[in-house]
Design a protein around this ligand. Structure first.
Ligand code: AMP
Length: 284
């Protein structure tokens, strides 16, 4: 596995892959790799791509400096996880390569209005501008055929799909299923912050998502069910919603068909998210 940190070397590596007729698949990450990330590497490998993974903790998507300072760093483990799961090239770009002006603000920002301003965007103003800006740069430098994201961050996936569509990036956005621990908890780099008790209570998120997936109901019934499950575990609910999976507009009780359940909650001060499909049975 090749490890690169300089933009020009990274660009020429992917140029050479394309020139040799290979398809490049990009998997953006912030490091601290776990089985959720590995599933994306494997999805890219299974499609036959030359797999480029990036590991960059993007400060522009952290509005909370403590959160950024506490973000886990496991670079040695990341290299062995990436190599073991088929990554051909791991890019660990330097902060100055990505954002030369940092810590001053970078004048250029990509902003996906609307989708960025709801749910995760309410609690984290500017977060999705940081995400869209960094992913735009990763796509421009890498020039992949496909880019892989986890459904774990369902709103992020929607923001990226919208950006790729609006700016004609000419890349296929592949969404990959959420990887969970055996007990259902969605894998996340932040799970290491949970105490034993908090981790047990955190299972309310995946339980809530699994419950509403079982049977069709109205949007209000699903919302009520989500919230009740979270509150029964003393989780501090940030939101428990049912939305259109593309526009993120909250579903109404007359809507039928496929929708998405979204939950966010604080468990012992650790902010967790989860989501999953639901079926709506609209009232006539
Ligand atoms: P992150 O390093 O947290 O920015 O995540 C990098 C990519 O891995 C994103 O596309 C995430 O959605 C994805 N990811 C993180 N956790 C999981 C998971 N449990 N299952 C599937 N994908 C995940």
């Amino acid at each position: 596995m090749r490890v690169i940190s300089e933009v020009e070397e990274w660009r020429s590596f992917t140029d050479a892959q394309r020139a040799a007729g290979r398809r490049v698949g990009l998997v953006p990450t912030m490091g601290a790799l776990h089985a959720g990330h590995s599933s994306l590497f494997e999805a890219a490998k299974n499609r036959g791509d030359v797999v480029i993974a990036t590991s960059f903790v993007n400060p522009r998507q952290f509005e909370d400096h403590d959160d950024l300072a506490r973000y886990p760093h496991t670079p040695e483990n990341d290299r062995s996880v990436a190599e073991a799961h088929g990554v051909d090239c791991l890019v660990e770009p330097t902060l100055s390569a990505m954002w030369p002006a940092y810590p001053d603000p970078t004048p250029t920002t990509v902003s996906v209005r609307g989708l960025s301003d709801v749910f995760e965007g309410v609690a984290r103003p500017g977060h999705f501008d940081g995400v869209a800006s960094v992913v735009a740069k990763l796509l421009i430098v890498t020039g992949p055929c496909r880019v892989y994201f986890g459904e774990k961050d369902f709103q992020q996936l929607a923001v990226i799909r919208q950006m790729v569509h609006d700016l004609s990036f000419g890349v296929e956005v592949v969404g990959c299923a959420i990887v969970r621990d055996a007990d259902g908890l969605a894998l996340s780099s932040r799970n290491v912050r949970l105490s034993e008790d908090a981790r047990r209570r955190a299972l309310a998120l995946s339980r809530a998502i699994a419950r509403v997936a079982q049977a069709p109901a109205t949007a209000s019934e699903h919302r009520h069910d989500l919230r009740a499950t979270l509150e029964s575990a003393d989780a501090d609910v940030v939101y428990a919603e049912v939305v259109d999976p593309v526009t993120f507009t909250p579903s109404s009780d007359t809507d039928s068909g496929d929708a998405r359940a979204l939950v966010a909650a604080l468990v012992d001060g650790v902010r967790l998210i989860d989501n999953g499909p639901v079926l709506l049975k609209g009232e006539q």
